[in-house]
Design a protein around this ligand. Structure first.
Ligand code: CA2
Length: 142
């Protein structure tokens, strides 16, 4: 069975509590439930990890080497700042899909650049929770 690691970056654990107009009104647990449900429908094994700390995200990416066949990552604010996360993804070399709940291209200018996009095979933006589902389907078919 294919094993996929889903990584969510800082503040995504706050989903549903604030900014519903941008990120929707469903909770982080609802997102995890949806990802786990979709994985079982697709017949893949999934682990979902969230951290507010850049180093923990890098550790998790490094540990994925040899244990997972693909990564789905929403690096949240680190998308726009983290060369270290980009380097970690390049280092493990796993097929990676970048997901953003909102459409980062139609928001503030500082959100338009993504370091992770320089490595990710595919970037899905502005589709809410559906972006994670599309990412899992993509890695499954690949
Ligand atoms: O659209 C996305 O998924 C983002 O990765 C979300 C990040 C943002 O910095 C990126 O530019 C785009 C922010 C996640 C924060 O999520 C919150 C959710 C509810 C309340 C507060 C923050």
């Amino acid at each position: 069975m294919k094993k996929i690691l889903v990584i969510n970056g800082p503040n995504l654990n706050m989903l549903g509590f604030r900014e519903p107009a941008i990120y929707g009104d469903k909770s982080y647990n609802a997102l995890v439930d949806q990802i786990v449900g979709e994985a079982s429908r697709l017949g893949v094994s999934v682990e979902v990890f969230q951290s507010n700390h850049e180093g923990e995200i890098i550790d998790r990416i490094q540990q994925a080497y040899g244990h997972y066949e693909g990564i789905v990552i929403n690096p949240a604010a680190y998308t726009h700042t983290s060369v270290a996360i980009l380097d970690a993804l390049k280092g493990v070399g796993l097929p990676t899909v970048e997901v953003h709940l909102s459409d980062i291209n139609s928001r503030e200018d500082f959100r338009k650049f993504s370091y992770v996009s320089l490595y990710a095979e595919k970037t899905i933006c502005g589709k809410g929770f559906g972006g994670y589902i599309e990412a899992l389907e993509y890695l499954c078919r690949r």
